[in-house]
Design a protein. Structure first.
Length: 233
């Protein structure tokens, strides 16, 4: 099984990279069985990087890992598995409200790869295997700080976290019929950009602890995983 470990920035997954370089316990720690990809920040670089890698050497499973802002309080360092993504800031503000392309009738919310306007991970067995709470997430091009927009995101999507790359992973994975997982660790609450209240070191620590644990779990269940990869449920 070939696994691609992807992140927007190297520092987010550096501990896992170090673990893989030093590990003598994982059967797939060899370069031909697991590889890393630093995509860059944002949906466009992520989409291009993932497609380029898939064209060169298609993986069986893509794991995207990174830190994220959270819509709840007091959750620094919590790690989630993202179940579904919404491209939350794609649309127009009209009549004092935000409208998506689906609201405007410009796109069908059930046209693949979308389901009810969301990009849903169909690999339930893999999501369960993470042992993490599955949540909804949004992908945005601008980190959310406006209270009205934050309230709209929270009430409209029910998202727990936001990132700038998750939607790209889900879109590419669904389009390319390539299994994927997205792990997100909370570094800050979404709102006023006060970095004194962020905890990036804790978020990275916890993210990589869960990522390494997942890699070990995948290594011990390679047959089960391959079956899950080939049969989205």
């Amino acid at each position: 099984m070939h696994i691609l470990l992807a992140a927007a920035t190297k520092f987010e997954i550096q501990p896992a990279i170090d673990f893989l370089l030093e590990s003598r316990t994982l059967s797939f720690s060899a370069p031909d069985l697991i590889s890393t990809l630093i995509t860059g920040i944002g949906t466009l670089p992520t989409t291009w990087s993932l497609m380029r890698q898939i064209d060169r050497n298609r993986p069986d499973l893509i794991i995207q890992a990174g830190i994220a802002g959270c819509f709840s309080k007091n959750r620094h360092g919590d790690v989630f598995a993202v179940r579904d993504e919404t491209l939350a800031d794609l649309g127009v503000r009209e009549d004092q409200q935000f409208k998506t392309p689906f609201d405007l009738g410009l796109a069908d919310p059930d046209q693949p790869p979308f389901t009810a306007g969301r990009l849903i991970n169909p690999y339930q067995t893999l999501l369960t295997l993470t042992g993490l709470e599955p949540v909804s997430a949004i992908t945005v091009n601008e980190i959310s700080t406006n209270p009205d927009r934050i309230d709209w995101y929270r009430t409209r999507t029910g998202a727990a976290v936001e990132s700038m790359e998750g939607g790209a992973l889900h879109y590419v994975g669904l389009r390319e019929r390539t299994a994927f997982l997205q792990l997100r660790s909370v570094s800050n609450q979404i709102g006023t950009r006060d970095k004194s209240k962020w905890n990036i070191p804790l978020a990275i620590q916890r993210l990589n602890e869960e990522l390494i644990r997942l890699l070990k779990e995948l290594d011990h269940n390679d047959t089960t995983i391959l079956n899950a990869v080939n049969n989205a449920t």
